[in-house]
Ligand binder design. Structure first.
Ligand SMILES: N[C@@H](CCC(=O)N[C@@H](CS)C(=O)NCC(=O)O)C(=O)O
Length: 228
C-alpha cells in the first residue's frame, strides 16, 4: 500500500527561524506535520533529534519525498521555495534573487543579534520576574536597526518594491518578538514600522504568532503579579 511521503517540521513556534519556516508553509498551503521541540526542556539534545538536526538546533525538516534532513532556517526557506516553485517568495529575476541571498547571509551576524543580545536576556529577566537591563545589547543592535531602516526607507520590502520575499520573513521573525515585548522602541523607525504593519497583513500571521503572543501574556501577568 502506497503511503504519502510526509513533510515534517521540527521546532517551536516561539523560535524565530522556526516561525519563519512554518509561516511560509501556512501561507503557501504546504502540508506539514509539526513536531514541537522545546529547547527549554532540552528536547533538542536527544539522540533521536540529533539524527535529524546534527547541529542540534531548531528548526529542522525531514522531507520524506526527497529523503532529506535539513537544518538552518534560511536554507530551509530557500529549499521550500525552489521545491514548490514559490517564485513570489524567492524571485527568479537574478539581481533580485541576489539581493535576497545577500540579506539571508547578512542576517546571521546582524539581525540575529536581536535575539542573542536583546530578546534572550530580556526573556531570562522576565522569567526571574526582573526588569531587563538591555544597555549593552542595545549598543550591538542599534547599527542593525539603522541599516534596516535605510533599506526600508528606500523600498517597501527588503529586496523588492511590491511584495515580500523570504528575506522579509526571516527578518520579520526577529523583529516581531521585540514589538510584542515592547523592546527597542521600534516606533522611532518609520520605515521599519510601516514595513512591519505591511507584514502583519499577510495571511496566517495570527496563526504563526499565536504562541509568541501567549508567551508574552503569561510572562507579563507573572511580572504584574510579582509587583503587587
Ligand atoms: N542559524 C540557525 C540558528 C538556529 C537557532 O539558534 N535555534 C535556536 C532556537 S531559535 C536553538 O535551537 N537554540 C537551542 C540552543 O542554542 O541550544 C538557523 O537560522 O536556523
Amino acid at each position: 500500500q502506497f503511503v504519502m511521503p510526509e513533510f515534517h517540521l521540527y521546532g517551536h513556534w516561539v523560535s524565530q527561524p522556526t516561525r519563519a519556516v512554518g509561516w511560509l508553509c501556512l501561507m503557501n498551503n504546504i502540508p506539514f506535520t509539526f513536531h514541537e521541540i522545546d529547547p527549554l526542556r532540552k528536547q533538542h539534545k536527544t539522540e533521536e533529534y540529533q539524527k535529524i538536526s546534527p547541529n542540534g538546533l531548531i528548526p529542522a525538516i525531514h522531507d520524506e519525498s526527497m529523503n532529506l534532513r535539513l537544518s538552518e532556517g534560511n536554507a530551509i526557506l530557500q529549499y521550500l521555495c525552489e521545491k514548490n516553485n514559490l517564485e513570489a517568495w524567492y524571485p527568479c529575476d537574478l539581481p533580485t534573487r541576489a539581493l535576497v541571498l545577500q540579506y539571508l547571509h547578512w542576517h546571521h551576524s546582524n539581525t540575529r543579534l536581536f535575539t542573542i543580545a536583546i530578546y534572550r536576556p530580556a526573556m531570562m529577566a522576565f522569567i526571574k520576574k526582573k526588569s531587563p537591563d538591555l544597555t549593552e545589547g542595545m549598543k550591538k543592535v542599534e547599527p542593525v536597526l539603522h541599516k534596516l531602516e535605510q533599506w526600508l526607507t528606500n523600498r517597501s520590502f527588503l529586496c523588492t518594491e511590491n511584495a515580500p520575499t523570504i528575506a522579509d520573513l526571516s527578518c520579520y521573525c526577529e523583529l516581531d518578538q521585540l514589538k510584542v515585548f515592547g523592546l527597542c522602541e521600534l516606533e522611532r523607525f518609520s520605515g521599519i514600522s510601516r514595513w512591519m504593519a505591511r507584514m502583519e497583513q499577510l495571511p496566517a500571521h495570527a496563526e504563526a504568532h499565536q504562541q509568541l503572543n501567549s508567551l508574552h501574556g503569561v510572562l507579563m501577568s507573572r511580572m504584574n503579579k510579582s509587583k503587587l
